[in-house]
Design a binder for this molecule. Sequence first.
Ligand SMILES: [Cu+2]
Length: 152
Amino acid sequence: MGRQEGLIMIGAQAAGILGLTALLLPLAVYAGGEQVLSLTPAVDCTPTSSAGCSMTQAGYRVTLRFDAPARSLSPLPLTLVAIPVPQKAEVRFVMTGMDMGMNRFAFRRTGSEWHARAMIPACSSGRADWIAVVCLSYPQRIVEMRVPFITP
Ligand SMILES: [Cu+2]
């Protein structure tokens, strides 16, 4: 094998290993001892109300509030309060039984509140039944809160 051929082979192997790592990574994170705890809000929980949607469960108290009408493809400012304080907070918008694509918005902490400027994707089927999935990162634990809402 010539020198150049050898280098190409090493390159291909490296690419293979990187590809495999990328595939295994989400599993590795969950296998690495991180638990996912799902909080379920009350049926009448309304993130569009002035108080937002609050829930207290398993020692966590989380409030999510929409600070503007929830319309697809419009900027949507969000306020989050989470106790205990997470290391990181994100939100994404999903639908049951339909892949709504990759969308994820990070919250930034300002004192006791967290703020994000999100955007609800457009639904190609014209459905309006969304779920805001708030993801809070704690050491060794991910806390997820799924908040259903309807776009007008
Ligand atoms: Cu949809």
